[in-house]
Design a protein around this ligand. Structure first.
Ligand code: IMP
Length: 188
């Protein structure tokens, strides 16, 4: 029998739970099924590379890849925005690059959240210059009310209201990434 998660990691207090661990698991499995169906025909021709954007996508990516029934390579890219803790300035730099070339590969970029859209817009433009065979975006969350750049999300987990959320990989000041649910601080 699986061990229970530590008690401190379970209560939603002081957060309001926006998306439960169960709802996340269900949706992640569905996304994996969709990606499997789309990439099964392509995987024979070229490698599929799942690119996780550090650090927020790590937990989502770890769960998602186990629902993708196609061979994939995993790689990671580190991005830093010059905005403050809760706003994106649109000025982005790569803090850690991919470990291998993506030329000729089918790339799926995995993001935690598309907020203003600046980060992912920059990243997709940058990766496209490296001549992948194809490039698609998978994001767990989207906050359309904050959108400043048009971004096509090929695989989307959930659309959320304009709240600053934490948990399941997302942080505020590097905290709360290990909450199993997605929540927000009440009153904020
Ligand atoms: P964008 O450039 O405004 O789309 O912001 C993208 C990045 O900001 C995300 O990858 C997150 O790291 C961070 N971010 C945006 N909204 C939230 C949030 O509600 N909670 C935690 N991080 C967020």
């Amino acid at each position: 029998m699986a061990a229970s998660p530590p008690a401190w990691n379970r209560p939603t207090d002081p957060f309001a739970e926006l998306i439960s661990a169960e709802a996340i698991a269900t949706r992640v499995a569905e996304l994996g099924g969709q990606i499997t169906a789309d990439y099964a025909p392509l995987a024979a021709a070229a490698d599929v590379v799942v690119v996780g954007v550090l650090k927020g996508s790590v937990i989502f990516l770890a769960d998602l890849v186990r629902h993708i029934a196609v061979p994939v390579h995993m790689d990671f890219i580190g991005i830093s925005s010059y905005g403050d803790a809760t706003t994106s300035s649109g000025v982005v730099r790569i803090t850690q690059d991919l470990s291998r070339s993506i030329e000729g590969k089918h790339v799926i970029v995995i993001e935690d959240i598309v907020d203003t859209g600046h980060t992912v817009h920059y990243l997709l433009d940058n990766l496209a210059t490296r001549r992948p065979a194809s490039i698609k975006l998978c994001s767990l969350l989207h906050k359309p009310e904050r959108s400043e750049r048009e971004v096509k999300i090929d695989y989307l987990g959930f659309t959320i209201p304009n709240k600053f959320v934490v948990g399941y990989g997302l942080d505020v000041s590097q905290q709360y990434r290990n909450l199993p649910f997605i929540g927000y601080v009440q009153g904020v």
